[in-house]
Design a protein around this ligand. Structure first.
Ligand SMILES: N[C@@H](CCC(=O)N[C@@H](CS)C(=O)NCC(=O)O)C(=O)O
Length: 204
């Protein structure tokens, strides 16, 4: 099995952290779909990463599906709880983390975006509002806890963590640690986790 992902993709990192947490025997291969010669389109008709190449040569797509697959075949504690209400709560955290990432991508990939562009412009404020409301909601709900949900690490922590880490990579001028000190406290511990360290992308 091979997990294909580009160095900067937050969704690829989400799947990679899940793979490491669940001790799945799978190789992570850097592959950028936009580059000529990329193998991604062979396995994902949408040409996006992550994509998991299974031993029978078939591709499995979307980080959410891949994480659930790793959670099913890997060892160690569940990333997605079995109990229904807990499962839905963790999936909500996944949706929040992924949604913050979507807004960061929409803001920073807009052709008008530069570090010095007009931050009062409507297109900028629209995405910034989503990012800030998402961060405020995460900070409020996490409070002083170590994890998003309950007393254990879960997929929710992977998703909120990869969103915060992606802010550092794609939107480095944004001082989320200063604005959301509760998230800084939470992330300091989360980022020190071995699987977050092992999946650190090479510098942009
Ligand atoms: N919902 C997908 C999103 C994947 C996604 O948007 N990947 C981006 C990189 S972060 C990508 O491959 N973009 C290339 C493209 O859209 O052409 C998932 O969770 O896997």
């Amino acid at each position: 099995m091979k997990l294909l992902g580009s160095a900067g993709s937050p969704y690829a990192r989400k799947a990679r952290i899940a793979m490491l947490e669940k001790k799945v025997n799978c190789e992570f291969v850097f592959d950028r779909p936009s580059e000529p010669g990329s193998n991604v389109p062979k396995y994902n008709p949408l040409s996006k990463v992550p994509v998991l190449v299974l031993d029978d040569g078939k591709g499995m797509i979307d980080s959410s599906v891949i994480v659930e697959y790793f959670d099913g075949i890997g060892s160690g504690p569940k990333l997605i709880p079995v109990d229904f209400p807990a499962r839905i709560a963790v999936r909500q955290w996944e949706a929040l983390g992924d949604g913050i990432v979507d807004a960061i991508v929409a803001l920073t990939h807009d052709s008008r975006y530069t570090e010095n562009c007009d931050a009062s412009a409507g297109w900028y404020q629209k995405q910034l509002k989503k990012i800030e409301a998402g961060l405020a909601a995460a900070q409020g709900d996490i409070g002083n806890h170590e994890f998003c949900y309950g007393n254990a690490f879960s997929l929710g922590d992977i998703c909120v963590g990869m969103a915060l880490a992606y802010l550092d990579r794609a939107y480095a001028s944004y001082d989320w640690r200063g604005k959301y000190p509760g998230l800084k406290r939470y992330a300091d511990k989360l980022f020190a986790r071995p699987t977050f360290q092992q999946s650190l992308p090479p510098k942009a």
